[in-house]
Design a protein around this ligand. Structure first.
Ligand code: NCD
Length: 362
């Protein structure tokens, strides 16, 4: 069985196959209208969503398949206390492929461990969002034309923004990529991302506190919303919510070929008068999300039949030990799952949780 839990689950060849298929779908829509005839996609959304859920739905319908599912955990048996594992086992009897969004970090991995059908992670807490990354990559391909030698500025909530984490992971596999992190101190990129992704892959990064000082250097400006729902302290959210607002005046020094991406929804971090700027690519990005999800569904259904495509869900170097995950929102602390830990590359003898990548503690 093959799933998509993390963007780096895909080899570079598989990733290119998905991007190429999405490009072909854009050019030849009629060729694909029956590509998933008779197949069912289950969308299991435990958290709010507009684009991700509806683009999955629209993708499957355009492929000639059908869709079932829920868009609110309260209307499913979760409200009665059912675990993610049991829900996934159940849905495996009704559908051919699952797209799951969950508020617990690591939930998609647990779903994949229990499913008999492919599971797509449509966002697990503040951890990961690999299909937004596919959307972002297709957008970069179409708007900029290359993945190598790009300087990408990530602005806003880099701590809780799962789209940022997944895109940095994906970009760390290309040559000459530089990352500029634009965030207030409290919303900086988590240390596991800096150590296990940037440092490990020799991706240079700088942390700055204003967008103006770096605007002229950027090929891509990736704006994000401050993730209100992840804050435990409402006052802290209120202090940080207006940290970075992109308006036309801040684009004065931006290059004409720079592109502005945003996974959306936007709150106020990009003023609406930026939308008319040709560099604003975020609504074109939305449409790319449908095409790339069409390609992903087709590929995962194809790979489900091919045993050689199976990859280990728990990495070979993971161990079970006396540690526990330090992250209260990790599924390993919330549901009855077997905890696994991987050795940290930055601190020998210490571990990280396999489900959410947070530090392990004794
Ligand atoms: C993002 C998400 O859900 O993480 N939205 C999306 O999927 N397009 C970003 C966000 O909610 O801010």
């Amino acid at each position: 069985m093959r799933h998509l839990i993390d963007p780096t689950d895909l080899s570079m060849q598989e990733l290119n196959e998905i991007i190429d298929l999405a490009l072909d779908i854009i050019e030849n829509r009629d060729k694909y209208t029956e590509a998933c005839k008779g197949k069912k996609l289950a969308t299991l959304f435990y958290e709010p969503s507009t684009r991700t859920r509806l683009s999955f739905t629209s993708a499957m319908l355009e492929l000639g398949g059908t869709v079932l599912g829920f868009s609110d955990a309260k209307s499913s048996s979760v409200a009665k206390g059912e675990t993610c594992a049991d829900t996934t086992k159940t849905i495996s009897c009704f559908a051919d492929i699952i797209a799951m969004r969950h508020f617990e970090e690591g939930a998609a991995l647990v779903a994949a461990q229990n499913a008999r059908i492919p599971v797509i992670n449509a966002g697990d807490g503040s951890h990961s969002h690999p299909t937004q990354t596919l959307t972002d990559l297709l957008t970069i391909k179409r708007e900029v034309g290359r993945f190598d030698n790009l300087t990408i500025g990530f602005c806003g909530d880099l701590r809780f923004g799962r789209t940022v984490h997944s895109l940095i992971k994906a970009m760390s596999r290309y040559e000459g990529v530089k990352v500029v992190l634009i965030a207030p101190e409290q919303l900086r990129l988590p240390s596991y991302m800096k150590q296990e992704v940037c440092d490990k892959n020799n991706i240079p990064y700088v942390e700055v506190s204003s967008m103006e000082e770096v605007m002229g250097d950027l090929d891509i400006l990736y704006m994000t919303r401050v993730q209100k729902e992840r804050f435990l302290d409402e006052d802290e959210f209120d202090r940080l919510k207006d940290s970075f607002i992109l308006d036309p005046s801040k684009l004065k020094n931006a290059r004409p070929e720079m592109r502005i991406l945003h996974p959306l929804p936007r709150v106020n971090e990009i003023t609406v008068d930026v939308d008319a700027d040709p560099r604003a690519a975020y609504f074109r990005q939305v449409e790319n999300g449908k095409f790339v999800r069409m390609a992903l569904i087709m590929k995962l259904l194809e790979w489900a039949k091919d045993d050689s495509k199976t990859i280990d869900l728990i990495p070979a170097d993971a161990v079970k030990n006396e540690y526990v995950c330090s992250n209260k929102r990790c599924i390993s602390n919330l549901e009855n799952v077997d905890s696994y830990f991987r050795p940290r590359t930055d601190k020998p003898g210490k571990f990280r949780c396999v489900y959410c990548e947070s530090k392990a503690k004794l």
